[in-house]
Design a protein around this ligand. Structure first.
Ligand code: DMJ
Length: 595
């Protein structure tokens, strides 16, 4: 319309008289005045749009004050951008510039610093025939899920098993193959080597890191960075290390905020970052910026560049210092002011893996990270004092807290906490050890109770007579999540109570009955419904977490021994960092055992 109007006014049309010309000139003037007013108005309006609106990001680039490391980072990023124009691996050449200063990580020495072989004596093969049979069943499920992904969704992020096609979604900023990267370590530990080799080849030839989309920093970190790191540490394949270093460097601009607390969304191409549109007042989410520590410490280890650790230690420092209501950590924090934005506290969604990463940071540091240890046990104390409740029926649960008022609900996501409490039971105050073991067992029991139909709902309640049941229709779905099975696995490893294997087997049978379809596994819409309704999605965490935890549950403890490995929140195993061994001669490995 505008182009047509302008053409009509400015072009001299044949047959126009002199008096007509005068009229035309004043028309031109009024039109130009109108046009310039309109343009000014449009630009002005851009400032009032939320940060997440695409139009705003196109026209207005972010200008924020930068943290202290800005100059250093600018240098690294400009280098990264120039080089990423060519093949992405070139960015991590062994030159001594940029974020990835030194890639000469000594893999052999690292292996010698492990206490035990990662895959145990015989890949954790259990001697008991029934357990072995169950483990074989889980392996078959993995192969089935993988084969169908490969047939119908290869290279896409996830499989849609009913429609037999791929799903890309918008969480990974244009990165593809989430199910492949998430499956690498599961395939490897299960000994599915043909499948692992296909996955490796795809990563090498087709995982394009030069994407330019909007990614969740958290999701890319836990699935892609975590998946590639584990694949490297388990196999020693240099290609995985090169890939993960390129990706790690692309995440650094997310930390360019006044506080250094990263925003939730980052454009992997431009480095521009912003907060989720749904997060109140431009805040960052505790479970997102608090779930970077394990992976970033390893990025520093592999690159011999402290910048990644520096970024996550800065987050740690801020969280340690800030005043906490009743010792609790609310879920929303402003990356600009560094203050809490709302007082909603949850061990489930929005908060969960922050707590998990505190205790795991301590364990992964070979128990040297005293700050993480202190923060974890203080947080747990506050959780126990304010959130842990007993239902009228005697079930222990972790409620949510909204400015001092309890919401008597627990999400499926919060069920990871049984595992978290049990892995930390040994390192708290000695007199609390039994208490932590009991608490972990009680929470795991509650989560098992929520699996009334052998699979459990997204959220369950303990009010109005409800005892671990979903009272709202919208809470009844199950999307192949791992958290309950994750707790069974840790409880089994640390107590060897056979009931955890039995509960895990119940879950296997239910997955087979309700979630297995002709072309893969699907989430279900209502765990209580008589007739099953599938959601047509095989989530990548089903391959990375749910099936891996089940496989470990039916394996001997020497498959990925917990003395050496810490699982990130997507179940990707990361090794304990034994600084003194890595910097010295190396060699804690028990040579009597084989791989
Ligand atoms: C996974 O991506 C991770 O476990 C994350 O911490 C929470 N959500 C899913 C699984 O439910």
């Amino acid at each position: 319309f505008f182009v047509a109007s302008i053409l009509r006014i400015f072009l001299e049309l044949p047959g126009v008289s002199a008096s007509g010309m005068g009229l035309r000139l004043s028309q031109k003037f009024v039109f130009l005045l109108f046009l310039s007013g309109l343009v000014t108005l449009c630009f002005g309006a851009l400032f009032f749009l939320p940060d997440s609106v695409r139009l705003k990001r196109i026209f207005l680039s972010k200008t924020e004050s930068q943290p202290v490391t800005k100059a250093l980072e600018d240098m690294m990023l400009s280098r990264s951008k120039t080089e990423s124009a060519s093949k992405d691996e070139k960015v991590t050449s062994s030159s001594n510039q940029g974020a990835n200063t030194d890639t000469s990580f000594d893999y052999n020495k690292f292996k010698k610093c492990l206490l035990k072989p990662p895959l145990g004596i015989e890949h954790g093969k259990p001697s008991d025939p029934q357990t072995l049979q169950r483990r074989e069943k889980v392996k078959e499920m993995m192969k089935f899920a993988w084969d169908n992904y490969k047939s119908f969704a290869w290279g896409k992020n996830e499989l849609r098993p009913l429609t037999r096609n791929g799903h890309i979604g918008n969480m990974f900023g244009g990165l593809r193959g989430a199910s492949i990267v998430d499956s690498l370590d599961t395939l490897y530990i299960m000994g599915l080597m043909d499948e692992y080799n296909d996955a490796k080849e795809w990563v090498e030839t087709s995982l394009d890191l030069n994407s330019n989309g909007e990614a969740s920093l958290f999701e890319v970190n836990i699935r892609y960075v975590g998946g590639l790191l584990s694949a490297y540490y388990l196999t020693g394949e240099e290609m995985f290390k090169r890939k993960v270093m390129v990706l790690g460097e692309k995440l650094l601009p997310a930390f360019n905020t006044p506080t250094g607390i990263p925003r939730g969304v980052i454009n992997l191409g431009s480095g521009t970052s912003w907060s989720w549109g749904w997060a109140s007042a431009g805040s960052s989410i505790l479970a997102e910026f608090g779930t970077l520590h394990l992976e970033f410490v390893h990025l520093s280890e592999l690159s011999n560049n402290g910048i990644y650790t520096e970024k996550v230690m800065n987050i740690r420092k801020l969280l340690n210092k800030i005043e906490k209501p009743h010792g609790l950590y609310p879920n929303f924090l402003s990356p600009v002011s560094g203050n809490w934005v709302q007082h909603h506290v949850s061990i489930g969604g929005l908060g969960d893996s922050f707590y998990e990463y505190l205790i795991k940071s301590y364990l992964m540091s070979d128990k040297t990270d005293e700050e993480a240890k202190k923060m974890y046990y203080s947080a747990l104390e506050a959780i126990e004092a304010n959130l842990v409740q007993k239902s009228p029926g005697g079930l222990t649960y972790m409620a949510e807290w909204r400015g001092g008022i309890l919401d008597h609900k627990m999400g499926h996501l919060a069920c990871f906490s049984g595992g978290m409490v049990v892995i930390g039971a040994d390192d708290g105050a000695p007199e609390k050890r039994q208490h932590y073991l009991d608490l972990a067992a009680e929470i795991t029991h509650t989560c098992h109770e929520s699996y009334t139909t052998k699979l459990g709902p997204e959220a369950f309640r303990f009010d109005g007579g409800a005892e671990a049941t979903a009272t709202r229709l919208s809470d009844r779905y199950y999307i192949l999540r791992p958290e309950v099975i994750e707790s069974y696995m840790y409880m089994w490893r640390l107590t060897h109570d056979p009931k955890y294997r039995e509960w895990g087997w119940e879950a296997v049978e239910a997955l087979e009955k309700h979630c297995r379809v002709e072309a893969g596994f699907s989430g279900i819409r209502d765990v209580y419904a008589q007739t099953v309704s599938h959601d047509n999605m095989q989530q990548s965490f089903f391959l990375s977490e749910t099936l891996k935890y089940l496989y470990l549950l039916f394996s001997d403890d020497d498959l990925l021994p917990l003395e050496d490995w810490v699982f990130n929140t997507e179940a990707h195993p990361l090794p304990v960092v034994r600084k003194s061994c890595l910097q010295g001669e190396g060699g804690t490995h028990d040579k009597t055992t084989s791989e």
